[in-house]
Design a protein around this ligand. Sequence first.
Ligand SMILES: C[S@@+](CC[C@H](N)C(=O)[O-])C[C@H]1O[C@@H](n2cnc3c(N)ncnc32)[C@H](O)[C@@H]1O
Length: 333
Amino acid sequence: MEDKLETRWTEEDTLHSYNPYRELFREASARVVKDVFEKYVKPSEVIVEIGSGLGELVRLIPEYKERIQQTEQSPKVVEGNRTLNPNSNIRVANVYELPFKDGSFDIATGYSSFDTLADLGKALREVRRVLRPNGKFVHFLDIQGSANTMFHNYSNQEVVPFPLFELDATDNLMHGIGLQLIKKPYIKRLRDFFISKHQGLAGWFDAYVGNPELMFCSAYNNNNRYESVLRMASDFVKESGVGSRRVGFNEYFKNNLEGSLEQEGYEILESANRDGVAVVQRNGRHSQNLKVNIFHNDVGNDRSKYDLEVGRELEPGKVKVISTLYLAVARKK
Ligand SMILES: C[S@@+](CC[C@H](N)C(=O)[O-])C[C@H]1O[C@@H](n2cnc3c(N)ncnc32)[C@H](O)[C@@H]1O
């Protein structure tokens, strides 16, 4: 299936861009993945990974590398994976048409890949085919659920998705956590409100309504340079009093995944956030700000801060790293 949404992932650069963020949390993310694999994967079992990208999952659990058949839709990304890992067993394969016989695997896994799929139901049906009876599906989400998937879904509906930023009490910062859906008949009222706040916003507003996905994603993914515009839009939507439905990126993926798993004949064994904790040397990655001693990845939100008590507990030069991943485990019925 050629889909506008999925061809977004044909470039290696998109995947490399996660690296500076992930580098802060890798030891802690690895803890979660190791614990989950120890719980659900028996020593003789064979595993297929969907959407392996540049090989983040096997990087976290190198001891499983030989048993994981990595797959990836994009030939360019496959090439990039092989350049980084010359012995990689990755092969080009689209989740909707996997080149494997029925019942070939005990486990199917994915690391921040199923949230990017345009047709989750169809993908889980194909995964079910290549799983043996009682085989398991294990998925981890370490970065926020894909915004593109939400835009894709809402583009055919009578709504315009605006950004949603919310204040987090743990670090007192605004985080972009989802979208506020405005029904199209209310857009004129919202436009008037935006212009009443700032005359110059008319052009931006019209461009946004014309192509919300492009305007949102280019601002959001541009190293936070234009994030302030999205934050302002989020505030104005809230202040305007125009009714909206709020949907979080992670909550959207969780609901979508749980619903699709149930519909496609899986029994959900776990669907929850899981923490991994590591105490590591304050090295090049963690030394940017000495006033921070806890680095927390909360499924794609960075909630780093300084904690006095943790400061007293830690040996000099060490920092605490916490990575919260959203985990879903299900069994083929
Ligand atoms: C957000 S990236 C994650 C990649 C990697 N697992 C990681 O964590 O870095 C999503 C990956 O899913 C792949 N993907 C998207 N649609 C796919 C499809 N239809 N079949 C197989 N892989 C797909 C993309 O090419 C991309 O590599």
